[in-house]
Design a protein around this ligand. Structure first.
Ligand code: ZN
Length: 308
């Protein structure tokens, strides 16, 4: 087995130009989500699989968001490993702040630039080629391997992984490996527990000349956010702190929205933070926070040990 591993590593090394070429062309197939049209990028994957004689299924509950699924049974019985990666990427906005063409896939000083270079066309490329390499060795392997390249991840997957999980659960097998970005030295087990939280702060408010008359909802909200951040702790995987081999990340926190007040000269008496509307309310400086979990990726994680 060790010699087989060495052979595979050599093969990857000698194929590096092929892998890089596929990856850079993958970046050049824009797939920002929203709007989530991944047809060109999915076509890029399909072409590669077809060139290698791989039959793949296209499952597209939304016609602009195809999911590519390929599988093979090895010669000997065994468990079912799934490789999963997404095709869509976050949008690039109006292009401001980009120092390189986000859809250029440029290779500069040993680095590839572009939207999705990190999250996660690189990881999806790795999964695709892993599938192809292992498929060549299927006569000496055990079990089954399935590759799923999904769309609609960046908007929570109603037509992507979530759809597959709910309608084609066989795609995720006994264990799922996902190449979402971390570092070359870090493996993450399971999914971070999702906890969607929204809170509303209400104070009685006051005129801008009488700031002593009421607490600012903005200030209260800022304190709550700071306290939550302290309780959550830092990012276990932050640069310079990474464990070399594995990480069970406890928390990934991000505040995604804050709306406060109505006028610049009027201390806000109403501040709202959060992402997904849940029941939450507070009045007259009393603050209520309601928690609720249940993100679909959590279900996927519980059942498929998917870290991505
Ligand atoms: Zn991702």
């Amino acid at each position: 087995m060790e010699s087989r591993k060495a052979e595979l590593l050599e093969r990857i090394e000698s194929d590096s130009e092929v892998l890089l070429d596929f990856f850079r062309r993958f970046i050049r197939c824009p797939s920002p989500n929203p709007p989530g049209d991944t047809r060109e990028a999915a076509g890029h994957i399909r072409q590669l699989l077809m060139r290698h004689g791989v039959d793949c299924r296209v499952i597209a509950p939304n016609e602009i968001m195809p999911n590519i699924v390929a599988t093979f049974d090895a010669a000997k019985p065994g468990r079912h490993l799934a490789l999963n990666g997404h095709i869509d990427v976050f949008p690039v906005g109006d292009g401001e702040g980009w120092t390189r063409d986000p859809w250029g896939g440029e290779l500069v000083d040993g680095r590839i630039w572009g939207r999705g270079a990190c999250d996660m066309k690189c990881g999806t490329t790795a999964s695709i080629f892993t599938f192809l390499y292992l498929r060549e060795l299927r006569d000496e392997l055990h079990g089954r391997l399935t590759l799923s390249a999904v769309s609609d991840e960046e908007t929570f997957g109603p037509y992507g992984a979530r759809y597959l999980f709910e309608n084609h659960p066989e795609v995720f097998g006994d264990c799922c490996l996902n190449g979402e970005p971390s570092s070359p030295w870090t493996l993450r087990f399971g999914e971070k527990g999702p906890l969607w939280l929204e809170f509303t702060v209400r104070t009685k408010g006051a005129h801008g000349a009488y700031t002593h008359a009421s607490k600012s909802a903005t200030g209260v909200a800022a304190k709550i956010i700071g306290e939550l951040a302290r309780k959550a702790g830092g990012y276990p995987g932050a640069r310079g702190q990474q464990p070399r081999r594995s990480s069970r990340s406890r928390c990934c926190r991000h505040r995604s929205g804050l709306r406060c007040g109505c006028l610049s000269n009027y201390p806000p008496r109403h501040g709202k933070s959060g992402r997904h509307p849940r029941r939450a309310q507070g009045e007259h400086g009393r603050i209520s926070v309601h928690f609720r979990g249940g993100h679909p990726r959590a279900k996927r994680a519980r059942c498929a040990a998917d870290p991505g």
